[in-house]
Design a protein. Structure first.
Length: 208
């Protein structure tokens, strides 16, 4: 049975879909079968998948959509034929999010270099704790060396486990999204190294 990773954040624009597709491609290139489940009505993940299908192809990758209450059924089905199931969720925190959290072996919460993003974490963490699931904050669109970045990192420490890998604020992430690709499929770069390091951490948690 495969692992389910749910990506959740109350605030829009935190980079949930970017995180989902780049981890999916990284795992795929490591020889794993990957499924993407889009529960966000905005459908960004689905548009990425269609761009991928029309470009590099989708061999080894599954895609499905579900309303909030169809998540459990889809996850159960996708777990059986995939090593990793990555669930992208809408930017809100309410009862609709709970099925996606309940199915998760790990919930990743992207937080940008903004106190607004950090403040939005509390509602998600509260729901995650009620469901008894493991959570990890991923510092995303990171501008290292800035005072705000340091403040957000420090404030996040008291809330949940924080990934050691940080995804920088890099044009590469936006470029590959529109092409249906991930940074792992491009040349060696800081962005590619950051995603690989995050994937290592996620796999270590599952194996631990």
């Amino acid at each position: 049975m495969g692992h389910v990773i749910t990506i959740a954040q109350q605030k829009g624009g935190a980079g949930k879909t970017t995180l989902a597709v780049n981890l999916a491609v990284e795992f795929l290139l490591r020889g794993q079968r990957v499924a993407l489940l889009d529960t966000d009505p905005q459908g960004s993940l689905g548009r990425w998948f269609m761009a991928r299908r029309d470009g590099v192809g989708v061999e080894g990758m599954d895609f499905s959509t579900a309303s909030a209450w169809g998540v459990s059924y889809e996850c159960e089905k996708l777990r059986k034929t995939n090593d990793m199931v990555i669930v992208d969720t809408p930017p809100k925190v309410d009862a609709d999010l709970r099925p996606a959290l309940r199915e998760a072996d790990l919930v990743l919460i992207p937080v940008a270099s903004s106190h607004l993003d950090l403040w939005a974490v509390d509602g998600v963490l509260d729901l995650i704790q009620r469901e008894g699931r493991a959570a990890m904050i991923v510092l995303n669109r990171w501008k290292s060396g800035t005072k705000l970045a340091d403040e957000v990192a420090l404030a996040a420490e008291g809330k949940a486990r924080i990934a050691g890998a940080r995804l920088g604020s890099r044009v590469a992430f936006a470029e590959v999204l529109g092409q249906g690709r991930g940074v792992a499929e491009g040349p060696k770069s800081p962005a590619r190294a950051e995603v690989a390091a995050l994937a290592d951490e996620v796999l270590a948690l599952f194996q631990g």
